[in-house]
Ligand binder design. Structure first.
Ligand code: SAM
Length: 396
């Protein structure tokens, strides 16, 4: 729960950005963290808060990609409005000219043909601001800027914000080893929340790869912040940075657990991937409680370690015959061996979904990075319940 910020300190407009379709999930997470008066936007949620909240949210939000702090909002008619608005900001109060910076964002207006140009206008205004003060001009670094500025432009309005996270928050700092198709950490955390997992049922991933679902599930169940291993945040480069407040937040964050509140485990056919999962788990106090083994999912029998399934089976853009067989087997395995166990699967492969041969009870369109995927829940029951499920699905 966030430490209460006095009403008078809630001066900042803070926007947390999320992936497509996860706005409600992010709202729910923020409510759980103790935040109220949330405004849902397009791939974003906005709230009022203090710098303490900015630090806290960067550490604790599992479903946000970054945390922005609004610096100026202006009516937009012509390109000059962008430059003038950016020049009116006292940038030297916010950051030192020794820092490199970059401007990114979203241009959602057709009034401007060259969508890169508004970013250049902001950049010029920032540089001119420092020049007018006879200071050194800060340099641009597109790839690794110390200060990130965000411009959001619509037909009538512009907003310039500081990106207080810097590198996106899915760079958690815990994944030292990955496979070829790892799931994005923010997507994994968002899917776990979207699934409604109660953090008590035994969680199992039979295609665990480098263990992202397992780690995000364990972090959620234990309350350990997903970014506990991350050290770089752009807010540390701002003049406003209060190292004492940040230290206090870090010191109060849970890190060590003596047990897991529920069983979490997984497996993968590849020995190499299992080793990678173990390596990634090693950095956490809960690592030794997560049971991981090398297994073909077909060989797994129903057991008390599996009460809730979540996985992303291999998905190539074009389904090979081998993959088709795997999806078919997955459907058969769920139907015959995992009766009564809710199974959530994310995949981008339409042919794969057909090959599973089961009717999902829930279905969401989501993205894993740029990849359009579907996230589906399957419930398989013995005998007549199966028919009941099909009827329910038809009604929904
Ligand atoms: C898309 S990756 C999973 C990535 C994982 N979620 C992560 O974040 O790293 C699919 C995984 O399925 C595994 N796999 C393929 N066939 C399998 C099978 N028959 N049984 C179990 N695992 C299998 C692959 O080794 C691969 O690691």
């Amino acid at each position: 729960m966030a430490k209460q910020t006095a009403e008078s300190d809630k001066k900042l407009t803070i926007t947390l950005k999320c992936f497509y379709g996860f706005e409600d999930v992010l709202m729910e997470e923020l409510q759980e963290l103790g935040y109220t008066d949330l405004i849902k936007g397009n791939r974003a949620v906005t709230l009022k808060g203090s710098w303490r909240d900015v630090y806290y949210l960067n550490l604790y939000s599992r479903c946000a990609i970054n945390v922005l702090v609004e610096i100026t909002r202006f009516p937009f008619k012509t390109e000059k409005d962008i430059y003038d608005a950016a020049l009116s900001v006292n940038w030297s109060k916010l950051f030192h000219e020794r820092n490199t910076f970059a401007v990114r964002g979203a241009i959602q207006t057709k009034k401007i043909r060259n969508t890169h140009y508004p970013f250049l206008l902001v950049k010029d205004a920032v540089v001119d601001h420092f020049k007018e003060l006879n200071k050194e001009r800060p340099s641009i670094d597109i790839k690794h800027p110390k200060i990130g500025l965000d411009l959001y432009l619509t037909d009538y309005e512009g907003v310039i914000s500081l990106n207080t996270s810097g590198l996106p928050l899915f760079q958690r700092g815990y994944r030292i080893a990955t496979g070829i198709a790892p799931i994005n950490e923010v997507v994994a955390a968002s899917l776990i929340r979207l699934s409604g997992w109660d953090r008590k049922q035994a969680f199992y991933d039979p295609f665990c790869g480098a263990g992202t679902f397992l780690i995000e599930a364990a972090l959620l169940a234990t309350g350990i912040p997903s970014n506990i291993e991350r050290t770089h945040y752009a807010f540390k480069n701002l003049n406003t940075f209060d190292a004492n407040v940040w230290q206090e937040i870090i010191d109060q964050a849970p890190r060590i657990v003596k047990e897991l509140p529920c069983k979490i485990g997984g497996s993968d056919i590849s020995d190499e991937m299992v080793l990678k999962t173990r390596r990634n788990l090693r950095g956490f106090s809960f690592g030794r409680f997560v049971n991981v083994q090398s297994l073909d999912f077909n060989a797994i029998e129903a057991n008390p370690e599996i009460e809730f399934l979540m996985c992303n089976p291999p998905y190539d853009e074009r389904l090979s015959l081998e993959d088709e067989a795997l999806y078919q087997q997955l459907g058969t395995w769920l139907k015959h061996k995992m009766q009564g166990v809710p199974a959530w699967i994310i995949s981008s492969n339409e042919e794969g979904w057909k090959a599973i041969g089961l009717k999902p009870s829930k279905k969401y369109e989501v993205f894993n990075g740029d990849l359009r995927c579907s996230f589906r829940r399957y419930d398989t029951f013995a005998g007549s319940k199966s028919a009941a499920l099909e009827n329910d699905t038809k009604k929904a």
